[in-house]
Design a protein around this ligand. Structure first.
Ligand SMILES: Cc1cc2nc3c(=O)[nH]c(=O)nc-3n(C[C@H](O)[C@H](O)[C@H](O)COP(=O)(O)OP(=O)(O)OC[C@H]3O[C@@H](n4cnc5c(N)ncnc54)[C@H](O)[C@@H]3O)c2cc1C
Length: 87
């Protein structure tokens, strides 16, 4: 299996026997072609695979907006946030 971080699927062609994918290395913009027997669309709610296959999305897409912040801290402070307590 070929795992690639920082790569994104740009588009694909399905000829029935093979799927040819154009993938981009996001940091450099380098584009490569990858061929496979199958393409599995597990790329989330804004799925490129779903959109290119013309599969619609019903219901409300944007239920809320989130901002995630990752930081290092003392265990006492982190657990206080997770339980909704005050600092
Ligand atoms: C803040 C937050 C809190 C949540 N809390 C909960 C919870 O408590 N309980 C719960 O059940 N659910 C929760 N959810 C929802 C849950 O995270 C999602 O339903 C779930 O992650 C969907 O899984 P997925 O594998 O379909 O998509 P994702 O987890 O979105 O994974 C899709 C992956 O595909 C990658 N990708 C997208 N487009 C491309 C592309 N073109 N090329 C290559 N890769 C691509 C993305 O980078 C991502 O890694 C939460 C969501 C958010 C945002």
């Amino acid at each position: 299996m070929d795992f690639r971080f920082d790569w994104r699927l740009v588009e694909f062609d399905d000829d029935g026997d093979r799927v040819t994918c154009r993938v981009e290395h996001v940091p450099t913009g380098r584009v490569e072609t990858v061929e496979a027997a199958y393409l599995v669309g597990c790329d989330g709610g804004a799925s490129t695979v779903r959109r290119q296959l013309g599969i619609g999305y019903e219901g409300t897409a944007d239920l809320a907006s989130f901002v995630s912040v990752y930081f290092h801290g003392k265990e006492k402070v982190v657990s206080s946030i997770l339980t909704g307590g005050s600092l």
